[in-house]
Design a protein around this ligand. Structure first.
Ligand SMILES: Nc1ncnc2c1ncn2[C@@H]1O[C@H](COP(=O)(O)OP(=O)(O)OP(=O)(O)O)[C@@H](O)[C@H]1O
Ligand SMILES: [Mg+2]
Length: 290
């Protein structure tokens, strides 16, 4: 199934290429092939005439966690949003360059951006359950949009998604209550459940814990560690310990005099934090800058 074809069944995983790496691919850190995971090449992002990102080239390994770190305003959110074609929804915003998922150009002429956003889902900084919807309806909102009405299928997806999001036991007896009645940490797990309900391949998380207390943060971090077995995860975080705890690889960005963000270096997380090659990275991770 490709991004250009109509969806055959909502419960079916929408992939761009059938071949997936074995579960242990991330831990081996073997060199990546040209079509594996998310490949970003010579990406520039603009808001009108302002260049927010300059010449970003990097590859996100499938079924692993990649952290994007860097000072405020260096373009981390912009980059995430360019990865699932949300950036272009801002009036006057555009990109140059290439973004591929499993070797397929997500900006290709035949690609449907709506489908891209299902295959490459996003979790936002502030938990944002749909306010007028119950917990149940929040989880299946995406499936309903694509026409899934079968109650049995929806029930299964709700239980499976909430279980994978480590929320099922806390909400199984109150699925009809509003999503907004949950605590902040629970709401964020509900948003993760909503994202995984449509079986994406990639999950983009933009500072998913910044509105949460330490306990809820830990819960989400544990969840990320579990989800990496099944999904490719990119997380933006200002919390260096968090990047160190949850990610396999880390990309450090900063910005130039023209405020355009650029990639300084990307490496296995331990290497980036303990033995970076660039002085700018060293300054940032040691807290001397940013
Ligand atoms: N909608 C927009 N219109 C115009 N400029 C924007 C818009 N959104 C972001 N920018 C600019 O693009 C640059 C990158 O912003 P972005 O939000 O991607 O940074 P960030 O690294 O995510 O920062 P933070 O860590 O504070 O979230 C900034 O200079 C910002 O002012
Ligand atoms: Mg941001």
């Amino acid at each position: 199934m490709t991004l250009t074809e109509p969806r055959a069944g909502a419960e079916q995983r929408v992939t761009l290429a059938p071949a997936r790496l074995p579960l242990n691919a991330a831990s081996t850190m073997a060199p990546l092939g040209p079509s594996e995971g998310v490949r970003i090449e010579a990406l520039h992002a603009f808001y009108g005439s302002f260049r927010a990102l300059r010449d970003v080239t990097l590859q996100v390994r499938p079924r692993s966690v990649t952290a994007f770190i860097g000072p405020s305003g260096c373009g981390k959110t912009t980059l995430l949003r360019a990865l699932n074609r949300m950036h272009e929804r801002v009036s006057g915003a555009r990109i140059e360059g290439t973004v591929e998922l499993d070797g397929v150009d997500i900006y290709g002429p035949a690609i449907n951006p709506v489908r891209v956003r299902r295959v490459i889902g996003m979790v936002f900084q502030k938990p944002n359950p749909f306010p007028a919807m119950s917990i149940y309806d929040n989880v299946v909102a995406g499936l309903r949009l694509t026409g899934t009405r079968d109650r049995r299928v929806l029930d299964e997806v709700v239980e499976r998604s909430l279980t994978r999001a480590a929320l099922w036991s806390e909400v199984k007896d109150k699925l009809r209550q509003p999503g907004t009645s949950l605590s902040g940490g629970q709401q964020q797990r509900l948003c993760i459940a909503r994202t995984i309900a449509v079986e994406p391949e990639v999950i983009l998380m933009d500072e998913p814990c910044s509105a949460l207390d330490p306990r809820a943060t830990l819960r989400i971090e544990e969840l990320i560690t579990e989800l990496r077995e099944a999904f490719t995860i990119v997380i933006v975080t200002h919390n260096m310990q968090q990047a160190a705890r949850v990610s396999d690889e880390t990309a450090f960005f900063t910005m130039g005099d023209d405020r355009a963000g650029y990639l300084v270096e990307m490496a296995p997380t331990t290497t980036l934090f303990t033995n970076p090659t660039q002085p700018l990275t060293e300054d940032y991770v040691s807290g001397r800058f940013g």
